[in-house]
Design a protein around this ligand. Structure first.
Ligand code: ATP
Length: 290
């Protein structure tokens, strides 16, 4: 094999609870993760030119996603290249479609794709478990991104329990044109004073029962308590989604991306139009649950 092309899927959080802030500063979370059809594409190719050569597919630099040795794709390739003493050069071409710094694990899913791609391209023989053990060194969400689908994620995000696939539905994504720093959100979260916690156990039950309405009813994200007061546009987008027929809507991760669950594709498309027309977001996508 000389080259491999991979889809790196985005995630949303159907539920995100923060249990407490640990003494070491990390937050203990319980999250329901869900892959959606929106994806970046990563092509890895063996190259006669030594080293790692990462670029954007259109060759245009995006200041938000440096294509240098800090990019998670580069770091993932480098990690396996060093461990397995791979001397061949590697060309990596990334097509970004997942909004950046949006609460959709864009960087983590690209890194997961890079690990899986390297494993196949160089026949390293690593199991999923072994890939996850390496991935977690680069980011707590990477083991989930390696496995994908529907899962409960605990600890600081690295303890995974797979769940049954959520019932098929349309998931409308809208990222408002603001940048929200994950550090700001967790830094301002009063984790030990949260009075309302999302019903994660009820969500798990609804997923087992394949009850889409029950899932929609239990959408909840503890981080909204910080992000929404700071960025009210998130509440505006949530409201428009529900007014236009979403079963429910929620902010994903630390934001600012909002998603809405729809059983009807036409309603999801019409809502996307409304959000664009009102100038609330240009990054609007109708996707499906995976
Ligand atoms: P999470 O949901 O895991 O918090 P996110 O969606 O909020 O992730 P990312 O899109 O992963 O955030 O981007 C966070 C930062 O990571 C970016 O500002 C960017 O500089 C850096 N980064 C490194 N590698 C990548 C990559 N391959 N794609 C996107 N961002 C990357």
């Amino acid at each position: 094999m000389e080259a491999i092309s991979l889809q790196a899927y985005a995630k949303i959080n159907l539920g995100l609870d923060v249990l407490r802030k640990r003494e070491d500063g990390y937050h203990e979370v319980r999250m329901i993760m869900q892959s959606i059809s929106l994806a970046d594409t990563l092509v890895l190719r063996k190259s006669s030119e030594e080293g790692i050569h990462l670029r954007n597919h259109d060759g245009i630099e995006n200041p938000d996603v440096p294509m240098d040795s800090t990019n998670l794709v580069y770091r993932a390739i480098q990690m396996l290249k060093e461990e397995f003493q791979i001397t061949e050069g590697i060309e990596a071409v990334l097509t970004k479609r997942i909004p950046v710094a949006a609460g959709m694990a864009g960087g983590s899913t690209d890194a997961a794709a890079a690990l899986k791609g390297m494993n196949q391209l160089f026949s390293l023989g690593l199991s999923t478990q072994e890939l996850c053990e390496r991935g977690v060194k680069l980011g707590a969400d990477i083991p989930y991104c390696i496995q994908g689908g529907t899962a409960l994620s605990e600890g600081i995000g690295e303890i995974l329990t797979p769940l049954p696939k959520m019932p098929d539905c349309y998931i409308l994504i809208a990222k408002p044109p603001i940048n929200v720093s994950t550090a700001f959100v967790y830094g301002n979260l009063k984790a030990n004073e949260l009075t309302k916690h999302p019903d994660i156990d009820g969500m798990i039950q609804a997923i087992h029962q394949q009850d889409l309405a029950g899932i929609a009813d239990r959408l909840g994200n503890a981080l909204e308590t910080v992000t929404i007061p700071a960025y009210p546009v998130i509440a505006d987008i949530k409201k428009i989604m529900v007014d236009c027929g979403a079963m429910q809507s929620l902010m994903s991760g630390s934001g600012p991306t909002v998603f809405g669950i729809f059983s009807d594709e036409k309603k999801a498309q019409a809502t996307a139009e409304q959000i664009r027309e009102k100038g609330l977001s240009e990054q609007v996508y109708v996707t499906k649950s995976l």
